[in-house]
Design a protein around this ligand. Structure first.
Ligand SMILES: Nc1nc2c(ncn2[C@@H]2O[C@H](COP(=O)(O)OP(=O)(O)OP(=O)(O)O)[C@@H](O)[C@H]2O)c(=O)[nH]1
Ligand SMILES: [Zn+2]
Length: 215
């Protein structure tokens, strides 16, 4: 592959998922002010004084924080994959391991963090930039999420844009809602996988990629 091979892929229409959540939504104009107002209310409700010096700017800080950690709602992460290269004759596995990500559990709005391993088998015609796979993970992670949905959206995003022969995604993550509160099991890790194409159908082939991911 040479630098001259780099090209923008022809735009292809992206299908909305049944939940309509794969793409971008518009950020409400008054989001910052509304979040801040409600954080002030939470502080008051727990018996704090939101006007004391240390808390005075907290509602605004928290509002900015939420708009940052949920910024993936306002982009279609699949757009990153449109930057493509001609694959020449490469038809082997492309695996990006250990993509660190942070997300937010949609049940408790507490952080989920871990590593994503993302692999695909190009169709012989299309490769995307390696960093774009990490950007895809990041875009879907920066939303209120379930780990299973995050996994599936990453798989589907790659299928939608790259039309690969196979995709395998594995996420290993710790949920603060399980360590900080509730059952209180710090250090436990949840592993989820999602597969498409050859790696969904062929157990042996899937095991080979999983051992590369874990190796
Ligand atoms: N499947 C799945 N469950 C999740 C995820 N994040 C959090 N949960 C779970 O969502 C569940 C919510 O259960 P509820 O009983 O409604 O809430 P809760 O009373 O706060 O539950 P506890 O966490 O058990 O105290 C909990 O079991 C969480 O562990 C996720 O990404 N995937
Ligand atoms: Zn949770």
């Amino acid at each position: 592959m040479s630098a001259n091979d780099q090209q923008d892929a022809a735009p292809m229409p992206l299908q909305a998922t049944p939940e309509g959540k794969a793409g971008a939504i518009a950020c409400p104009q008054d989001a910052q002010e509304r979040i801040a107002r409600n954080v002030r209310e939470i502080l008051t409700a727990v018996g704090e004084d939101p006007t004391r010096e240390g808390l005075r700017d907290t509602p605004d800080r928290v509002a900015k924080m939420y708009l940052d950690v949920f910024s993936g709602l306002y982009e279609d992460p699949r757009e990153h994959l449109r930057k493509q290269f001609s694959a020449d004759h490469h038809s082997g596995v492309v695996l990006v391991k250990d993509i660190r990500f942070h997300s937010m559990c949609e049940h408790h709005l507490l952080p989920v963090f871990g590593r994503a391993h993302v692999a695909y088998l190009p169709d012989g015609g299309r490769l995307t930039g390696l960093s774009k796979l990490a950007r895809l993970v990041e875009g879907y992670a920066r939303r209120p999420q379930l780990q299973e949905r995050l996994t599936d959206q990453i798989v589907q995003g790659m299928v939608d844009v790259l039309a690969p022969r196979a995709v395998l995604v594995m996420l290993e993550a710790e949920h603060m809602c399980m360590s900080l509160r509730g059952v209180r099991t710090p250090g436990s890790t949840t592993v989820t996988t999602g597969a498409h194409g050859l790696w969904a159908e062929d157990f042996q082939a899937r095991q080979e990629i999983m051992s590369l991911m874990r190796g």
